[in-house]
Structure formats: structure tokens, C-alpha cells
Design a protein around this ligand. Structure first.
Ligand SMILES: Cc1cc2nc3c(=O)[nH]c(=O)nc-3n(C[C@H](O)[C@H](O)[C@H](O)COP(=O)(O)OP(=O)(O)OC[C@H]3O[C@@H](n4cnc5c(N)ncnc54)[C@H](O)[C@@H]3O)c2cc1C
Length: 451
């Protein structure tokens, strides 16, 4: 018997289980922010998430440093990102260097470098300590739960988006796969916060396919961090040899492959770097998970045997969610380029900021489908631009902007592409966010007509 290439699905009916003003698909940093901002601005909101927890890569992916949220001493990402930092700090699950430590100084660098809270874009030596936060993944989940619950968001976890409902070019809701079968959720505005552009791509919005290294992030316990740092700073030549070998075993990592966390003796390891994997392919993701775990096991044997401070190291956990940095990217009303990011190009319709760069509202607006917004790492950009503008804080800022834009457009009775962007900026600012409407002194200003 030959295996057919396709099977035909029978047409059928899908029960409508919820209906709200705003439907947010994806409960990662961008989706949480979109949902909370929408609800706080008066919308009924349904938040859909495939996993049983909120946070996306910031919790399930165990990406445990919030960065790209300051430009020198100026804090550029505020709003809901600052709020989640404050909440986690009150739980004792977030560490941020105090303002007086945001300087380039050898003693401060030694104190803070292993927290990952320095400006790694700086050419200064030592690189300055900056406003960045090391946090605990369970802290992020708990703080996010609090925020969505207090805002009155209806959370539907265990709901895997599978199909958009589009009528005459307007999105009307989505269909999810669940343990109870397919379920439809209807909304007046939909935000795609899946990170992979699942909704907009399926709805037919133009997009490109990017790719970047993937990582099975993991945590190690039983580390004597004091001894590990003593070895690093007091025996730099011996350290360099062992550190190089650790990185070789992993097939690549950033400069510091382990960083401290708010939990004593527990480190997070933002590695190994694995190239050539497609973040949308079942086969690739399966293989990457296996390969990552093999490299981690080899690394742990090596460091236990050789590396001072690591003789009792053990794997606490490997992130339940593999770290995909880039997959589909929207080609929306404006496509941000690497030059826009590096030149700090300012846009009159900026609604969010990263480190020192700006996101125009048009990068969150898909073409071809009405009432759909996009927020997060799949925003409208080139692959090269996205690689340097996809950190958690700006993704939260984009999400917050979409929640506010959805609310203001529905209140004004206009479609999301016709919302008064000035009002979106003013509302975001009044609510504590920085929409980037006021260009910093180092921004490249743009003639309005040329935008
Ligand atoms: C290994 C790695 C290291 C990184 N290091 C840093 C760092 O040090 N600092 C930093 O700030 N950023 C870092 N980043 C970048 C940052 O983590 C991401 O860009 C950011 O989390 C993106 O947020 P998001 O909300 O757009 O997407 P995600 O965090 O990917 O969240 C998307 C959410 O949507 C859900 N979802 C996806 N598809 C569906 C579906 N079909 N149905 C229902 N739900 C769905 C997911 O489960 C998830 O909860 C790193 C990323 C990786 C992978």
C-alpha cells in the first residue's frame, strides 16, 4: 500500500467558547503586555497560550536576563516591563544593580559581570554596568499571573492556535486545538504574540523566513560561585584554557556561558549555540533538543572534573521550551532595517523603544488583514535588524503598545490601522511607558515626508 501525500479533512463546526473585544494569541512577554494593557484600558480580553504557564521564552525558555532597556543612564523601556521587575524584586526573585553602580569600573565589573548586567554593546573596558535585571523563571510566571488576573484578563492556557477566522479580509477570531477538541475564540481585534507569526502567516500576511542559532538553555546547581570567580580573576591564563574548552564542547556560546541567578548556587547557561535548525520544523526542533542535551551532559562531565567551583555541579533543568530566536518575520507597513536600529533612527509614529532604537507603529501592522496587530520578536523587520532588537523588554513595550492601540481604536470606532497614533503615544506615556515619541539626543531624526 502506498502512503498518500495528503489526507482530506471533513468540513465541520467548531464550538465558540469565548468572545471578547481583544484576543491575544501567545502568553509570552509581548502577549502578557498586550493583554494587560488592553484590559487596563477597558477591553474585555482573552489570552490564549499553548503551555500551562505564562512567560514564553522568559520563563519556559529560561532566558533569565532582561536587557536592552537603557541607553547609558537613561531608562528606555518602562511601563509593564518595570512593573514586572518590581513585582519579581518584591518576591526576592530579581536582582538589578543599583544606579550608583552603572559605571565602568573594575571592581564593579567583577561584582556584577557574572549577573550579565553590563552593557555588552559598549567598546569601553571594562564594559559599564547598566540597568538590567537577572530574574527567576518561576518569579516571572507568578508575576505575570498576578498581572493578568488583577487586570481581569480571561486566560485560556492549553490552547494551541491552529487557524485564523478571516472574513472579507478582516480577522474575526481564531481556532485552537485543545484536549477538548477544536475551540473557536472570537474578537474584534486580534494580537499575534506567538513569536513565530503563526496567526498572521496563516491569515495570509506577507512575511519572510529568518533563522538564527537555537539554544537548549539550562540551569546548573551545586556551584561554588565564589571559587569559580576567584579562579576566573586570579588565575586568568588557566581559566582561559578551561573556559575555551568548555565553549568548544558546547559548539559555541556568548562570552560568559554561565551567569548567576537570584537562587544561591544556581547558574543559568545561555548555551549551547546550535546553527542550522529551523524553528518551525518538528524534525529540526526534536533533533535540536536531543543534541543540546548531549552537549550539556558532556560539558557537565568536563567542568565537574576540571573547573574550579564546579566539582559538585549538576543539571537542575533544561528549559522546557527550546530557545528559538528567530523564525517568521512580518513584512508589515514598515520593515525596520539594521541601519534603522544602529543609526537609532527616530520615527514620528514610534510607539515603543528598545535600548536606543525605536519601533514605529507600522512595524506592528500586517498588510492584507484588517484588525490584526503583531507584537514581539516576529515584528516587521529584516532578519539582521531583528537579531539586535528582539530582547524581552522591547517585546513587552511592543505588546503594551498594541493593547493600548486596540483599546483606542475600538473606543474611536476605527480600524487599528486608522488609530490616532499621537493618542496611543500620549496614553502609553500617561500610563508610565516610554513610546519613544520624544527622540533622545543621539537619535537620527527623519524628515516626516521621507518616512
Ligand atoms: C536562547 C535565547 C537567549 C536569549 N537571551 C536574551 C537575553 O539575555 N535577554 C533578553 O531580554 N532577551 C533574550 N532573548 C530574546 C527573548 O527571549 C525573546 O525575543 C522574547 O522572549 C520574545 O518575546 P515574545 O513574547 O515575542 O515571544 P516568546 O517569548 O517566544 O513568546 C511567545 C508565546 O507564544 C506562545 N505560542 C507560540 N505559538 C503558539 C500557538 N500556536 N498557540 C498558542 N500559543 C503559542 C508560546 O508558548 C509563548 O508563550 C533570548 C532568546 C533566546 C531564544
Amino acid at each position: 500500500m502506498t502512503t498518500p501525500n495528503y489526507v482530506t479533512e471533513p468540513a465541520g463546526q467548531v464550538p465558540v467558547v469565548a468572545s471578547s473585544d481583544l484576543v491575544v494569541v501567545g502568553g509570552g512577554p509581548a502577549g502578557i503586555s498586550a493583554a494587560v494593557a488592553g484590559a487596563r484600558n477597558g477591553l474585555s480580553v482573552t489570552l490564549l497560550e499553548r503551555y500551562p504557564y505564562l512567560g514564553g521564552l522568559a520563563s519556559g525558555g529560561m532566558v533569565l536576563v532582561l536587557d536592552d532597556m537603557c541607553d547609558g543612564p537613561a531608562v528606555t523601556v518602562r511601563g509593564l516591563c518595570s512593573e514586572i521587575i518590581d513585582r519579581m524584586t518584591r518576591m526576592g526573585l530579581c536582582v538589578t544593580p543599583p544606579e550608583e553602580d552603572w559605571i565602568s569600573d573594575n571592581a564593579k565589573f567583577r561584582q556584577w559581570a557574572r549577573w550579565g548586567v553590563y552593557n555588552f554593546h559598549s567598546h569601553q573596558k571594562p564594559q559599564p554596568i547598566c540597568y538590567a535585571s537577572a530574574f527567576d523563571p518561576d518569579g516571572f510566571k507568578r508575576a505575570a499571573n498576578e498581572m493578568v488576573a488583577e487586570a481581569g484578563v480571561t486566560l485560556r492556557a492549553h490552547s494551541w492556535f491552529s487557524k485564523p477566522i478571516v472574513e472579507d479580509g478582516t480577522i474575526k477570531g481564531v481556532v485552537c486545538e485543545t484536549k477538548s477538541g477544536r475551540q473557536a475564540v472570537l474578537g474584534k481585534v486580534v494580537v499575534d504574540a506567538t513569536g513565530d507569526l503563526d496567526v498572521a502567516a496563516a491569515a495570509g500576511s506577507p512575511h519572510s523566513l529568518g533563522s538564527f542559532i537555537v539554544t537548549t538553555v539550562f540551569r546548573l546547581g551545586g556551584i561554588d560561585t565564589h571559587e569559580a570567580e576567584r579562579f576566573e580573576y586570579e588565575e586568568p591564563e588557566a581559566f582561559a584554557v578551561l573556559d575555551r574548552e568548555a565553549k568548544r564542547i558546547m559548539g559555541g556560546s556568548w562570552e560568559r556561558w554561565w551567569l548567576k541567578t537570584p537562587l544561591p548556587g544556581i547558574a543559568w547557561c545561555n548555551c549551547p549555540h546550535m546553527a542550522g535548525f529551523d524553528g518551525l520544523s518538528v524534525e529540526h526542533l526534536t533533533n535540536a533538543d536531543f543534541k543540546g542535551r548531549e552537549r550539556i551532559a558532556e560539558l557537565v562531565s568536563f567542568i565537574r572534573a576540571k573547573m574550579p567551583g564546579f566539582k559538585n555541579a549538576f543539571v537542575v533543568d533544561v528549559a522546557p521550551q527550546i530557545g528559538v530566536r528567530q523564525s517568521r518575520l512580518l513584512e508589515g507597513e514598515y520593515v525596520l532595517t539594521k541601519e534603522d536600529v544602529t543609526a537609532r533612527r527616530h520615527f514620528a509614529d514610534s510607539v515603543a523603544r528598545g535600548r536606543d532604537y525605536y519601533y514605529p507603529y507600522r512595524t506592528l501592522l500586517p498588510k492584507g488583514v484588517s484588525q490584526l496587530l503583531v507584537a514581539g520578536r516576529h515584528y516587521s523587520s529584516t532578519a539582521a535588524a531583528q537579531r539586535i532588537s528582539r530582547e524581552i523588554p522591547p517585546c513587552m513595550a511592543m505588546g503594551e503598545a498594541t493593547g493600548v492601540a486596540a483599546a483606542l481604536s475600538l473606543q474611536a470606532g476605527v480600524t487599528v490601522d486608522k488609530v490616532d497614533v499621537r493618542k496611543v503615544q500620549d496614553t502609553l506615556r500617561a500610563q508610565g511607558a516610554d513610546p519613544g515619541d520624544r527622540p533622545a539626543a543621539n537619535a537620527t531624526l527623519q524628515m516626516a515626508a521621507a518616512e
